[in-house]
Design a protein around this ligand. Structure first.
Ligand code: SF4
Length: 425
């Protein structure tokens, strides 16, 4: 069972898994929030409440559906974990405690992929096929990013309201079949052939008479910025007030994980070398080669996808993680040593500003540590740069002033657009 963070990404990933013979399914999301709240204290991060609710709701429905045949041992709940430093490191363990407290769910397994090994996928599939599954899964993430970007590129300019959403939803199901069929053979060009057909049709939905709109970039906590229920459909609200939006991608986070593991291995190697400890040095070299080739592969594959598809339509590309670290170093804003999503959000915002975006929104769960750090560092910087900036912390409550704040922000974005124009992709 795969939790639904961003809809397209979850579905393409599940389809890829199915292609490899893993019976994968995306769980409904946000329907079990009451259950999530019942089994949390209120101190946990909002995504933890949502995902806890998702798994409990799903299992409840399965029990109702199957009756006596229901066997929790037949399910694996796919929940990535990390070693921190923020509370993400605890979700997995916390949810284990919750499941163990419910007698019949204590036998439900959690597929605990960890950022420590760059989400290696071992344990879910035979060792010999891990590498292929991993490549196909990464490819599905990149293609899902492109489909999301296509949606945000077309929808503000659609001729008939609602057609883009319907078209992208249908296209997602087409791509699920394509990934199931071609994912296991890594026939990536065949997959992109279908994406070209989709892009060509999507372009036909646009009304060429609608002029370009102010361009707004989004950064923030990965779950919140990708989960439309949790962020109260932020992109659609921004579009309602005249924006074209680009959200930070999911592949960027995966590249960051590989980059950071590589970086850690290099630092550890340097320390072992100083102490002349040859055993650890050997281990670190192995890690450097492993994470280095993985990062190279991911960036290479991502670039190939964007190069081919952006020749058909002007979609936003992605930042390279190494370049983002340089931005932080140059302006001494933050350090990759501290880790977390702030490493991407802070330089991502600076890059948006330099590239000619007309405003930036930082979206995150209320009390999220990395995003609060991002906000504290970036606010004065944005004032200096003269770019409109908005924080949108979210929990399940509807804040009365939120839409007014977005409307005001968009007014500023529009003024910026009138004065300076906008980035062309
Ligand atoms: S990134 Fe933010 S929301 Fe996610 S676990 Fe860390 S503190 Fe919580």
């Amino acid at each position: 069972m795969i939790p639904q963070m961003n809809r397209i990404g979850g579905h393409l990933l599940a389809a890829t898994f199915r292609g490899f013979g893993i019976h994968a399914k995306v769980m409904d999301t946000y329907k079990g929030l009451d259950l999530g709240k019942k089994f949390t204290s209120g101190k946990e991060c909002y995504p933890c409440q949502i995902t806890t609710g998702d798994i409990l709701y799903f299992m409840e429905k399965e029990r109702e559906r199957l009756g006596d045949a229901f066997d929790p041992e037949r399910y694996i709940y796919f929940m990535p974990e990390s070693s921190g430093p923020c509370r993400f490191g605890m979700y997995n363990k916390y949810q284990r405690i919750v499941l163990d407290s419910l007698p019949e769910l204590s036998r439900l397994k959690i597929g605990s992929l960890t950022t420590d090994d760059g989400y290696s996928l071992s344990g879910i599939i035979d060792k010999g096929r891990v590498r292929d599954l991993r490549k196909a899964a990464y490819f599905s993430v990149v293609v899902a990013d492109v489909m999301d970007r296509l949606l945000w590129r077309i929808r503000p300019y659609e001729e008939d309201p609602g057609t883009t959403d319907t078209f992208i939803e249908r296209s997602m199901h087409v791509m699920e079949d394509v990934f199931e069929e071609f994912g296991p053979e890594k026939a990536f060009d065949r997959i992109l052939d279908q994406m070209e057909v989709i892009i060509e049709k999507a372009k036909g939905l646009m009304d060429p008479r609608i002029p370009r709109k102010p361009l707004i970039g989004i950064v923030g906590e990965i779950y919140l910025r990708s989960h439309t229920h949790a962020n109260q459909d932020l992109i659609r609200v921004l579009e309602k007030y005249g924006a074209e939006v680009v959200n930070a991608s999911i592949a960027e986070w995966m590249n960051y994980i590989s980059y950071d593991r590589l970086r850690e291995a290099k630092i550890a190697f340097g320390l072992s070398m100083k102490q002349l400890r040859f055993g650890p040095m050997k281990k670190q070299i192995k890690k450097i080669l492993g994470f280095g080739s993985e990062l190279y592969y991911q960036e290479f594959r991502q670039k190939k996808v964007y190069d081919r598809l952006t020749s058909m339509i002007d979609l936003a590309g992605d930042h390279k993680v190494g370049d983002l670290e340089k931005v932080l170093r140059k302006d001494d804003l933050f350090s990759f040593d501290a880790g977390t999503e702030a490493c991407l959000s802070i330089p991502g915002i600076v890059e948006y500003a330099h590239e000619g975006y007309n405003g930036v929104v930082n979206v995150y769960p209320f009390t999220c540590m990395p995003s609060t750090i991002t906000s504290s560092i970036i606010r004065p910087r944005m004032d200096e740069l003269g770019i409109p900036y908005l924080d949108t912390p979210c929990d399940e409550s509807i804040q009365p002033g939120r839409e007014a704040a977005i409307r005001t922000f968009m007014y500023q974005g529009y003024q910026h657009f009138k004065q300076y124009g906008r980035k062309a992709f």
